[in-house]
Design a protein around this ligand. Structure first.
Ligand code: NDP
Length: 244
């Protein structure tokens, strides 16, 4: 890897929005370090896609809920106190149920991946970005975190928590040249949403369609680039008008 090449870390980069983001940032010229839980056909396909862009690719495999393993692997990739130029926290999972029936595991697992995962993977990198006086941190939240969604008390809480974390962190690190923002997608066609009853959701979307992962990846690219240097502590909605 040459020393002038910028590096983007995509936490949860193997599929869906994370995969599209990794490929988009590869096309933008970033060396890509992507993470997922385990190697799969999807991660192999991603490796091929990034290689086709002519930039280096590294895959890290760990569960973002595993704090010690996350730190160990990130230190292995960036060195102690090191950090990528861009860190995108995209890993997420949903496990929906009405709150009256929600099990302790449904609550804990969703909070651990979607919110603890942010601490586990981003906190180890912040010191390095502060020392370097540059960096971009982008967290993928959700429209559910902005408005709350019935059947998703766990997921909405985690995604709203991410928005709070992003805003607080933005206040801490802005002076040191580290820009922090969140993106709140609405309904995006991915594995996560393929079982959802689209016929009930589409009438609520003014653009009358689901979004595609590239439409989120393009916003990540913008938030990493030279035209967004005064955007900080914001939640950028990518939702076809679902939430205004
Ligand atoms: P997918 O299910 O398609 O992909 C999820 C990604 O996160 C995969 O790369 C997966 O890796 C990784 N991941 C999930 N859990 C963990 C974990 N515990 N540890 C490490 N990696 C993990 O989801 P989407 O692309 O749809 O969603 C991406 C993000 O966008 C999520 O945070 C989601 O909540 C958010 N979002 C999605 C919306 C949508 O409509 N699709 C709407 C709003 C927000 P692996 O291959 O190992 O499973």
């Amino acid at each position: 890897m040459n020393t002038t090449q910028k590096t983007a870390l995509i936490i949860g980069g193997s599929r869906g929005i994370g995969r599209a983001t990794a490929l988009r940032l590869a096309r933008d010229g970033y060396a890509i370090i992507a993470t997922c839980r385990q190697e799969s056909a999807a991660s192999a396909e991603l490796a091929d896609g990034v290689a086709a862009c002519g930039v280096p690719f590294t895959l890290l495999t760990f569960d973002v809920g595993d704090r010690d393993e996350a730190r160990r692997q990130l230190e292995g990739a960036f060195g102690e106190g090191g950090a990528p130029d861009v860190a995108v926290f995209n890993a997420g999972q949903a496990d929906d149920n009405l709150f009256a029936f929600m099990t302790p595991a449904q609550w804990s697992d969703v909070l651990r991946t979607n919110l603890d995962g942010f601490y586990n993977t981003i906190q180890p990198l912040v010191f390095g970005m502060l020392a370097r006086k540059s960096g971009r941190i982008i967290a993928i939240s959700s429209a559910s975190g902005q408005t709350g969604q019935a059947g998703q008390v766990n997921y909405s809480a985690a995604k709203a928590g991410l928005i709070g974390a992003v805003k607080a962190l933005a206040r801490e690190v802005g002076r040191k040249g580290v820009l922090v923002n969140a993106i709140a997608p609405g309904l995006i066609e991915t594995d996560m949403t393929k079982e959802l009853p689209k016929e009930r959701i589409l009438p609520l979307i003014p653009l009358a369609r689901a979004g595609v992962a590239n439409e989120v990846a393009g916003v990540v690219s913008f938030l990493c680039g030279p035209d967004s240097t005064y955007i900080h502590g914001q939640v950028i909605a990518v939702n076809g008008g679902l939430v205004m």
